[in-house]
Design a protein around this ligand. Structure first.
Ligand SMILES: Cc1ncc(C[n+]2csc(CCOP(=O)(O)OP(=O)(O)O)c2C)c(N)n1
Ligand SMILES: [Mg+2]
Length: 273
């Protein structure tokens, strides 16, 4: 798909996300806006997945380890055809399967239950190792938050992936410099992330995580280094696309007022023109 079309899909996902957070009165809007371009490139340009056959053994796998941004994943899956688009309006309602964190037993297309940070990458390493053992060619992608990288479990997984030579595994770090209620630099500052991953034996690339061309190139199978797992450090903005949310620590899980909602929607609609 052309980058122009991918940008249009990402904008549509952001608008739907904004409306769903406003209507549900909850959600993690900042991190959803920062991860949307990555999810769009994966589902509409890179990954081999078929909504008609969500458990096809040869499908590529995505683990959204920053599970608090489940809403962005649900909307992407709906856009791709895994779930009905009208179901998004049930987000967080009683008996809805669209819970605050994704559940693989309820929602087709969700590969792993996530929410407790620091678990997705270890699971992804297991998936990639299983594919190697089976001689299968499907790829595993994991998206973590940058605050999430403070979890020690990630670094055990990073060591294992290098040791196993998992070149079928790609970790994307959504590096928006913010976590919950604080800047990464003010808690445990992991930046710069790239040299740390490289020191652990990974092939590392740094990109602008909102530039569709850079995202697609970095995710392309042509840019895999044989024998090494790949880490893409995606420089992003929490709240990307909405001026008063962008890079603002207050918007981890704040809900816009009606006035803020209208302003944000106008900005996203303008960007779509
Ligand atoms: C183990 C664990 N500790 C704490 C939380 C609560 N929590 C949810 S989101 C979040 C901040 C995550 O920040 P980051 O990984 O940078 O994500 P993003 O900025 O993309 O939202 C925290 C602490 C959690 N979900 N899991
Ligand atoms: Mg973050």
């Amino acid at each position: 798909m052309e980058t122009h079309d991918l940008r249009a899909i990402a904008n549509k996902i952001r608008r739907r996300d904004l409306r769903a957070v406003f209507e549900a009165g909850a959600g993690h809007i900042g991190g959803e806006m920062s991860v949307t371009d990555l999810l769009t490139a994966l589902y509409f340009h890179i990954m081999s997945v078929d909504p008609k056959s969500p458990r096809d053994p040869d499908r590529d796998r995505l683990v959204l380890s920053k599970g608090h941004t489940a809403l962005a994943l649900y909307i992407t899956l709906a856009e791709k055809g895994f779930i009905p688009p009208e179901e998004i309006s049930t987000f967080l309602k009683p008996h809805s399967r669209l819970n605050g964190h994704p559940n693989r037993t309820k929602v087709p297309g969700v590969e792993t239950n996530t929410g407790p940070l620091g678990h997705g990458l270890p699971v992804g390493v297991g998936m990639a190792k299983a594919a190697k053992l089976d001689g299968a060619s499907w790829r595993t992608f994991v998206i973590t938050g940058d605050g999430e990288m403070q979890e020690g479990s990630n670094w055990e997984a990073i060591m294992s992936a290098a040791q196993f030579g998992l070149d079928n595994l790609t970790l994307i770090i959504d590096h928006n410099r913010l976590q919950q209620g604080a800047r990464l630099a003010d808690t445990i500052n992991l930046a710069p992330l790239a040299p740390k991953l490289a020191a652990f034996g990974w092939a590392v690339e740094e990109i602008d995580g909102h530039d569709m061309e850079q995202i697609c190139t970095a995710l392309s199978p042509d840019t895999i280094t044989p024998g090494k797992p790949k880490c893409i450090v995606a420089h992003t903005n929490k709240g990307q696309g909405i001026s008063f949310m962008s890079d603002n620590v207050a918007w981890h899980h704040k809900v816009p007022t009606e006035e803020q909602y209208k302003q944000a929607m106008t900005e996203l609609e303008e960007a779509a023109k």
